[in-house]
Structure formats: structure tokens, C-alpha cells
Design a protein around this ligand. Structure first.
Ligand SMILES: *Cc1c(COP(=O)(O)O)cnc(C)c1O
Length: 370
């Protein structure tokens, strides 16, 4: 039985009646941009993230870029972020005219190593942009201490980590701003592009509302040069339905991760693979279940032959991407090791235990034939 990497149609089938009704409600109302669904979603997400304000925007990338702009980070400024992750984070920094300064990761969490952040600091450093990669929260206590000591802003990239927390504090509520993506494959995903910035700061929220809507304070009263980056009413209505299921979805992901770890250990693979872990007090939401192994290309091919879809998140470190060549100064050995060996196995709420066993069986076969 083949196992796909994701199964979005299966998720839709589970919530179809509510989604269809929500879409119909928006169509009947005839208000498609900046309306009651977006307002309600902003409040619901702000509450879920333990922050006061939520500002819907057009994507996770825009959430990062507008948060940086609203915090007045721009030309001449440096922003420290992880060398390993998705390019959108670095793109947002470059888009506001600042320089992305890459720091190495900690291989226990695949997120920013606080010691590497301290080493990357210069007199131009204005902010830290930690990414809660794969759904594991960054070591925020240490990062916040560094930021406080050096008076830096903190913008959290929460795109992969909706619902993750440290003790009982949600990601997105630690920094000056938390940025979410509602890209369809994320733990809280819409049926198109979308994003949100959350913040406890009312003045920052106000600036973000201006920036996402042409700097408009009222009707045709343009205070600043902004842009068009709004979350539409259809997406907001869909996301309000999906928000009601995200907690259960994250619990299912955690169960699946536990099953993977048990089954991989039972199959005798635990000493030939690096399995994902969870720091004490950190609540991982397993956007991805990513292992590290040797001979990734060959193993992926063997798995594909057996109908198992996998992916490498991410096969190259960010500073080695051609688009980021101007900022490719330094050495990031742990990020490099992760890029060379990472392999993500299928994980989503609808995955079954028998599918997990199928994946593990196929992986054991592939590794035996090494
Ligand atoms: C998905 C993602 C983004 C960008 O979100 P979009 O909504 O696709 O623009 C940013 N950062 C990380 C870590 C992501 O995974």
C-alpha cells in the first residue's frame, strides 16, 4: 500500500460539511476582503497564541517582511537567523533591505544555537529571527536573554509551529512579533495562501494594519506607503473551521511521532538513524518528522520504489543558495550535516498506524540492502 507524503483530500473529507458551509456563508454575504471572518479569525488566533493582537496578511513570507518593516528594521541593519531552514525567512530580511546573518543550529532541535547567535553579533545587529523548525520550539529563554542584554528585537518564525509551546507558553508570544503561515500543508493550513502576525504590542499591531492595506487609516487616508497584503474572507472562514481541529491534529501528529520512534527502535534502526527529539518542557507539534541518515539519495529511491514518499527538508543550507550568495560568509558545520542527511517521513493527522509500520518496514529494507 503506497503512503503519500501528505493527504489533504483526506483532511477535507473529515471537515467537509463545516468547510462547505463556511464558504457558502462568505459567498452569500458578498464581502470578500477585510470583513467579519478575518476580524474573528484574528481574535481567535491571537487568543490561541496568548497574544493581544492578530493581523491577517497574504502569506507567511509577508507576515515576516511586514513585521520587520513595522519594527523599522531596514538598510544597514543585521538580522541573525538560522543557516538551516526555508528561504522565506531570509528573503523577508533581504526584502526590507537588511542583511541576513546566518548562525549555526543545535542538532538536538534543528533550531538556532544561542551560543552561535552570540558569536554572530555585531554593532549592526538589530534583531534575532528564530525559526521553530519542524514544529519544535527554539530555546527561547536563552534567545530572549541575549536579545534583552543587547536590546534586540525578536521576530519568531512560527510558520511550522502553530500550537507549539514551552511549558505553557505558546510560540508567537515570546518575541515582539510572531509570524504564521497558512500555506495548505502547514499544521494550520488554508486552501490557498495566507498568513498572520501576532503581537502583544498595540502600536505595532496598528502599524501592521496600515502596512497590509496601502497605509490606509480610513477611506483613502494614506498615512504611509504600504502595500496590498490582506488575508481574504474565504481563507479566513476556512481557517476558522480548521482552527477548531488544529489541537486534535497536533495531538495526532505527536502520537504518530511516538509510534515512528517506537517502531524504528523496534526495527533496530535507532542506532543507525538520528531520531527527532524534544527538549524538556518543549512541546513539539511535528509539522515534520525528520530523521538523519547516511546515503539519503539511495534510501529515498528505494523507498519510492516501495511506494513511500519522503522529502529532504532542506537539502542545502541557506547561505549556499545562489540567491543568498552575498551573505555566504562563515561556516555552519551542524547546518551542513543536517542538510546532507535529513529525511522527512510522511506525517499528518490522518496517517494510520499501519501506514507508519509500512514506512518503517520499507525503511528497514532499504537500510538492510545498504
Ligand atoms: C512556509 C514557511 C514560510 C513562508 O510561508 P508562506 O505562507 O509560504 O509565505 C516561512 N518560514 C517557514 C519556516 C516556513 O516553513
Amino acid at each position: 500500500m503506497p503512503v503519500p507524503f501528505l493527504d489533504l483530500p483526506a483532511e477535507y473529507r473529515r471537515v467537509k460539511a463545516d468547510i462547505d458551509a463556511a464558504i457558502q456563508r462568505v459567498l452569500d454575504r458578498g464581502q470578500f476582503i477585510l470583513g467579519p471572518e478575518g476580524d474573528a479569525l484574528e481574535q481567535e488566533i491571537a487568543a490561541a497564541c496568548q497574544t493581544a493582537h492578530g493581523i491577517g496578511v497574504a502569506s507567511g513570507t509577508d507576515a515576516l517582511e511586514l513585521a520587520l518593516r513595522a519594527l523599522e528594521i531596514g538598510p544597514g541593519d543585521e538580522v541573525i537567523t538560522a543557516a538551516f531552514g526555508f528561504i522565506a525567512t531570509a528573503e523577508a530580511i533581504v526584502a526590507v533591505g537588511a542583511a541576513p546573518i546566518f548562525a549555526d543550529i543545535d542538532l538536538a532541535t534543528y533550531t538556532l544555537d544561542p551560543a552561535a547567535v552570540t558569536s554572530a553579533m555585531t554593532s549592526r545587529t538589530k534583531a534575532i529571527l528564530p525559526v521553530h523548525l519542524y514544529g519544535h520550539p527554539c530555546r527561547m529563554e536563552e534567545l530572549l536573554a541575549i536579545a534583552a542584554q543587547h536590546r534586540l528585537k525578536v521576530i519568531e518564525d512560527c510558520a511550522q509551529a502553530f500550537g507549539a509551546q514551552i511549558v505553557s507558553k505558546r510560540v508567537g508570544s515570546f518575541g515582539d512579533a510572531g509570524c504564521f503561515s497558512f500555506y495548505p500543508t502547514k499544521n494550520l493550513g488554508g486552501y490557498g495562501d495566507g498568513g498572520m502576525v501576532v503581537t502583544r504590542d498595540a502600536a505595532l499591531a496598528k502599524r501592521l494594519r496600515l502596512l497590509r492595506h496601502h497605509g490606509d487609516r480610513g477611506r483613502y487616508d494614506h498615512q504611509v506607503i504600504g502595500r496590498n497584503s490582506r488575508l481574504d474572507e474565504l481563507q479566513a472562514a476556512i481557517l476558522r473551521v480548521k482552527l477548531r481541529h488544529v489541537e486534535a491534529g497536533n495531538q495526532a501528529r505527536r502520537r504518530h511521532a511516538g509510534h515512528y520512534t517506537q517502531a524504528l527502535t523496534r526495527a533496530g534502526l535507532a542506532d543507525r538513524l538520528e531520531l527527532p527529539g524534544e527538549l524538556p518542557g518543549h512541546h513539539h507539534v511535528y509539522h515534520l518528522y525528520t530523521v538523519r541518515l547516511k546515503e539519503r539519495a539511495r534510501i529515498q529511491q528505494e523507498l519510492a520504489k516501495q511506494g513511500i514518499a519522503t522529502a529532504a527538508h532542506y537539502p542545502a543550507i541557506l547561505p549556499s543558495q545562489p540567491a543568498l550568495a552575498p551573505w555566504n560568509r562563515g561556516a555552519w558545520p551542524r547546518a551542513g550535516a543536517a542538510a546532507d542527511t535529513c529525511l522527512s517521513l510522511p506525517i499528518y493527522p490522518e496517517l494510520s498506524e499501519s501506514q507508519i509500520e509500512e514506512v518503517v518496514r520499507a525503511l528497514a529494507n532499504a537500510m538492510r540492502s545498504a
